[in-house]
Design a protein around this ligand. Structure first.
Ligand SMILES: [Cu+2]
Length: 172
């Protein structure tokens, strides 16, 4: 389920997210990618960006699963493997409090972490005046982080170049 927010909300983030990134995808062990994501596959229209670039570290398994999710939704993924993800996040201006594992470049936007493809498509359709969107940490149940049927509620945040954040979408 997704709700859209009109009022910006700021959440306390960071410590939990950082430790999750260090722990690296442990929750995905033994879980299979769900087939349901392909049902959202329609929707990348010709006019929208279809080629995206994913930066990820070589050891990141859940990043690969998110790539599969994006491909199932119709995106063509350029897979860039790098040892220095913090440099990538700095280059693309991802606020430190919003960092996750992989960083994706979608047209002029930065898409950080395990964002549902439907939110990427909404971003491309609505073209808001922001730098990008992010799911901090690696919430269990987000695309690429599936673990059985369990989904922990999580928020997709938008961020601007000056570092302002707001809720973009909610998932539970
Ligand atoms: Cu991840």
């Amino acid at each position: 389920m997704r709700r859209q927010f009109s009022k910006p909300k700021v959440f306390a983030l960071g410590i939990a997210a950082a430790s999750l990134v260090l722990a690296g995808c442990a929750a995905t062990v033994g879980s299979a990618p769900t087939a349901s994501s392909s049902e959202e596959a329609v929707g990348v229209e010709a006019a929208l960006v279809s080629e995206i670039t994913v930066f990820r570290s070589p050891t990141c398994g859940c990043c690969g699963k998110w790539i599969e999710h994006a491909e199932a939704a119709g995106f063509q993924v350029k897979d860039e493997v790098t040892e220095d993800m913090s440099a990538i996040k700095q280059t693309y201006g991802v606020p430190q409090s919003l960092t996750s594992c992989h960083t994706t470049v979608v047209g002029d936007y930065v898409v950080e972490g395990h964002i549902p493809a439907e939110d990427v498509q909404r971003l491309l359709t609505e073209k808001p005046d922001i730098a990008g969107i992010a799911v901090p940490g690696m919430p269990i149940g987000s695309p690429g982080m599936e673990s059985g049927d369990y989904t922990e509620p999580y928020t997709v945040f938008s961020f601007t170049e000056s570092g302002e954040t707001a809720a973009f979408a909610e998932h539970s």
